[in-house]
Structures are given as structure tokens and as C-alpha cells.
Design a protein around this ligand. Structure first.
Ligand code: ADP
Ligand code: MG
Length: 341
């Protein structure tokens, strides 16, 4: 049985601007298994959202996918009831065509950072979730409404029968995000793409939403691509992790390995920037953001793009040659000249 759900190979998505070409995603490779949670972590601007948008084929202009392959392994039921996988090369389909529009929502759904980005302010949440259901499933209005209430219940909405007729502005940020999650899950996608879904929330609400997503994942068996700049969230939510820096994957491993045996100096620097319980106030102050800033995407440094900020750089090597992405130990890859196959 093929348990691969999504394969991304050498994905490059560039923005063509007057200032120059921003290589937002510059040769990204990863794979997601059915039911697995993959974390994508990295500082702001490293290409996480553009990667997600490339998979969904909703890259805004003047951006476009210039190279690479994205393949969805869709499970389809045969007439005798057994299942087969159908390979869909997402990079080759019309982003606005009916196939892609059908896949968005039914196979892959997005939960963005800001819930208002996917909710209309002038319709009730019930109408919006109901509409999403009717777009992908042949059900009557009444059935869609009943299913909407069920979904709101599933995501822990208090009094869903009454709240179904609320407008987004009448809800708290946490409830709005629950409504967006209910909408995303309403057609049982095999892949949920969560792009910093809790960044706009306070910590208590964040903890509730994370718990909710974990339990829903177990219950529904879907895969999650979980994007965050927060390694603490990665530890709670994911099984496998890819670390991105300036449009490239610099490390990939299981979550425990990332925390206990990070290979790339960038991953180590990110780990040093997580506050830990019991840290003294002074330590916390020193808890550094990584030295230097992310360079301009129009002017990616020569050699390893992290070298200007790296405390392990080797002069004459790291500023000259771009490291290749290698499997250092089984299941653990890194892009750094310090490591050999
Ligand atoms: N709409 C856009 N127009 C121009 N450039 C963009 C746009 N969206 C993203 N980019 C470029 O792509 C880079 C990566 O963006 P993004 O994927 O949103 O980062 P993040 O990792 O914070 O999600 C940005 O630094 C920017 O240079
Ligand atoms: Mg982003």
C-alpha cells in the first residue's frame, strides 16, 4: 500500500519584481505520509507560506512556480469498493481549473494565520461553512446546516445550534479560528495545511487550538503540514520536521532528533532561541535571537546562504560553495559542509 500523500521535488517559486527576482522557494524537497504531521519551521520570510501556497496553487502574482514537481497521491474508491491511488501532478494542472478547485477543500484545506482572511465579514459562519460543504458534496441546504452544526460541535464551539448564525465580528479570535478549522475539516481533507494558525491568538487559546488539532488529527487520520516559526509548537504538534532558511530546506529529521541531535548550525541557533521553563530573567534576556538578520531575498549570499550569520563558518569554503543536501544518517538530512554522507 502506497502511504505517501504528497511529494515535493526541487520546488522553486520566484517573485519577479522591479527590484529583482526574489527566490522565495529555491529548491525545496520533502514528502508527507498519509496521517503524518510534518512541521515546517524557520524564521519569518524564509519561504514557508510560499511553499504552502505553491502546494495549493494559490501563489499570488508576481510570483510563480518556475521549476519542480508537486505530486498528490489521491485515494480513489474503485467500483468494487477497493481503493487505488491516483497520482496528480499539481504543478501541471490549471491553478484556477475545476480539478484544482475541487482538490482545494476536498483533498487539501488551508487554515491561515489570520482567520478573517478566510471568513467573509458579511455572512454568518453557518452560511460560509454550509457553502463550503455544498461546493464539494451533493447535499441539501438543510443537510449542510446540520453538518455545519456537527462540525462546530467537533471543534469545541459552545452552543453550536445558536452560534451557527453568528457573524465573524460577533466571535472572539479563538472562536473564529475554530470556525475556520471547522470549515477546513468539513469535507474531510487528507491534508490540512496549517500556516501559523495560532500566531494571532493569546497563549491560553493557542494551547486549546493545538490540543484540538492534535485530537482531530487522531480522530480523522488526516495529515497535517504544520507551519510555524515556533520550535516549541513543533515539539508538541509534529512527528517529522523540516527546517527552512532562505527558500531552502537546511535540515530534516524526526522531531526528537531535531531537538536532541541538530546538525545544521541554523537549527542549533533556532533551538538556543527557545525560552525554557525555569530560566532566570537575565538568561531569558540574553536568549538571543540569532545573530544578524535574514538577508534580502534579492541578494542571497554566495555559497551557503547562512554563512554570514553562522558561528561555525569556514572561510574560503562556506562563502564560496553551496553545500549539497545529504543524508547524514538514516532519515536525517542536512545541507552543510560540516557533514559527509
Ligand atoms: N506577495 C509577494 N510579493 C512579493 N514577494 C513576496 C510575496 N510573498 C512572499 N514574497 C517573498 O517571499 C519570501 C518568503 O515569504 P513567505 O513564504 O511568506 O515567508 P514565511 O516563511 O514568513 O512564511 C519573502 O521574504 C518575500 O521576499
Ligand atoms: Mg508565513
Amino acid at each position: 500500500m502506497d502511504n505517501t500523500l504528497l511529494e515535493v521535488k526541487n520546488l522553486k517559486t520566484y517573485f519577479f519584481l522591479d527590484e529583482g527576482t526574489a527566490r522565495a522557494v529555491d529548491g525545496v524537497d520533502f514528502e508527507i505520509k498519509r496521517g503524518q504531521t510534518l512541521g515546517i519551521v524557520g524564521e519569518s520570510g524564509c519561504g514557508k507560506s510560499v511553499t504552502a501556497r505553491s502546494v495549493l496553487r494559490i501563489v499570488p502574482k508576481p510570483g510563480r512556480i518556475v521549476e519542480g514537481e508537486i505530486t498528490l497521491h489521491r485515494l480513489v474508491a474503485k467500483q468494487d469498493g477497493s481503493k487505488m491511488t491516483d497520482l496528480i501532478r499539481l504543478t501541471e494542472v490549471d491553478p484556477m481549473g475545476s480539478l484544482m478547485r475541487g482538490l482545494r477543500g476536498s483533498e487539501m484545506a488551508l487554515v491561515p494565520q489570520e482567520p478573517m482572511a478566510s471568513l467573509s465579514p458579511v455572512h454568518t459562519i453557518g452560511d460560509q461553512i454550509g457553502e463550503a460543504i455544498r461546493l464539494h458534496q451533493k447535499v441539501s441546504k438543510a443537510e449542510a446546516r446540520a453538518k455545519t452544526i456537527q462540525m462546530l460541535e467537533l471543534v469545541g464551539f459552545p452552543r453550536p445550534k445558536q452560534r451557527v448564525d453568528a457573524y465573524p465580528y460577533q466571535l472572539s479570535g479563538g472562536l473564529r479560528q475554530r470556525a475556520v478549522i471547522a470549515m477546513a475539516l468539513s469535507c474531510h481533507p487528507s491534508l490540512l495545511i496549517a500556516d501559523e494558525p495560532t500566531t494571532a491568538l493569546d497563549v491560553t487559546t493557542e494551547a486549546q487550538i493545538l490540543k484540538l488539532m492534535r485530537s482531530l488529527q487522531q480522530e480523522l487520520g488526516m495529515a497535517i503540514m504544520y507551519i510555524t516559526h515556533n520550535l516549541g509548537v513543533v515539539a508538541q504538534m509534529t512527528e517529522r520536521v523540516i527546517v527552512m532558511y532562505m527558500g531552502k530546506v537546511v535540515e530534516e529529521a524526526n522531531v526528537d532528533t531535531i531537538f536532541h541531535n541538530p546538525l545544521h548550525p541554523y537549527t542549533s541557533a533556532l533551538l538556543r532561541s527557545i525560552p525554557r521553563l525555569g530560566m532566570k530573567a537575565r538568561e531569558r534576556q540574553r536568549l538571543a535571537s540569532i545573530r544578524g538578520t535574514v538577508p534580502d531575498p534579492y541578494a542571497i549570499p554566495k555559497g551557503c546562504s547562512f554563512h554570514p550569520r553562522c558561528d561555525k563558518k569556514i572561510r574560503g569554503v562556506c562563502d564560496q560553495q553551496e553545500p549539497t543536501y545529504i543524508e547524514v544518517e538514516p532519515g536525517h538530512k542536512a545541507r552543510c559542509v560540516l557533514y559527509k554522507q
